[in-house]
Design a protein around this ligand. Sequence first.
Ligand SMILES: [Zn+2]
Length: 85
Amino acid sequence: MTHYNIPKTLATLWDSHPDQIVDITNETADGSGYWVYFAPGWIYPRGETHFIHEDTVAECLAGFRTIKRCTCAECQRIISRDHRS
Ligand SMILES: [Zn+2]
């Protein structure tokens, strides 16, 4: 499913930030916009979510420039688990 049905600009963003993005989905066919899912340790300040959900590619690209380090309990748990394995 990697890069399936993803606009080129979002695929390029993903390729450029493989340590920050784990998945991108295009649900515009259902009127549900684009979803950019983060690796643990990153947060989207606008919604305080671990993903970006916007209607347009431009909004996703602009939103990605605002993401910040996240130190919430969920991220810490996933990161520490991954580091143990
Ligand atoms: Zn977090």
